[in-house]
Design a protein around this ligand. Sequence first.
Ligand code: NDP
Length: 307
Amino acid sequence: MNTLIIGSGPAGYTAAIYAARADLKPIIYTGLEPGGQLTTTTDVDNFPGYPKGIDGPTMMHELKEQAERFGTEVRIDFISKVEFSSERGGVHKVFSQDGTKIEAKTIIICTGASAKYLGLPSEQKLIGGGVSACAVCDGFFYKNQEVAVVGGGDTAVEEATYLAKICSKVTMIVRKDHLRASKALQHRINKYHNISVLFNHEVKEVIGEDVVQGIKITNNLTEELSEINITGLFLAIGHIPNTEIFKGQIKMDNNGYIITESKSTITNVPGVFAAGDVQDKEYRQAITAAGTGCMAALDAERYLQEI
Ligand code: NDP
């Protein structure tokens, strides 16, 4: 076959729409979480074209229908093994979990990244009920409310400063006695009077039944316990790109993100392209993922014409 797409977030479905319209007859493997990270988001208010907003699962369902309309075959299964050819024009072998072997001239990897969570049962229970890993997606729902951000890296600082413009108060919970974020980003915090940083603190429990009402935190030097009242808890403790099955077969950076050639989705393996969060740790938005999904389909089409 011509084009196999692995992963069904905005990047995967957009790649499918473009590949199908180019008559490449793509097959898309949805993975374990059909629709990707957006299916864990309630309202998506920042995707152009939805003036009243749309909930994540509905949006992904519509993207799926749009891809199917042009002849994409959607398979609800996940890929467990790949054997990439290093030859230009070679055929790549991919194996699904149920043992099906698929051979494709081009592969578009759109397996995304997963936000890290603390793993507390009280936190897991409230994902979508005030616990979020994306301030840009969900921050607006906490307008003029008090929120907390966990983490001390670049993402945490970006999330905190983003939220400080919307929320009345932002408390950063940092487990070390310093921030890991770059100095340039750290300076941004000082510009906001409503951000406070609690160093050497960790979240022990998220309080609330259906919605977040607060958090129990502990000072990891003194072991003193305290509570703060918040309505939103934002985790910014890193993402893990979903690239385990590609290890050793494609070029990745130290964090496991697939490396693409600048301004393209071309990887170091001929005929293999990567789009969306799996190759982007900077922007991580549905619209940017969709944009690179489009690019990947165009890159694949061009490659197929040239081989
Ligand atoms: P990082 O891994 O850099 O930072 C994660 C932060 O979360 C650290 O402060 C870490 O603490 C903390 N943390 C990790 N696990 C836990 C836990 N279980 N409990 C409490 N705290 C925890 O991730 P980022 O997402 O911030 O950044 C990822 C990469 O993306 C980096 O290379 C970053 O530079 C880059 N990036 C760049 C941006 C930019 O340039 N504008 C924007 C966003 C990201 P500790 O320090 O103790 O390990």
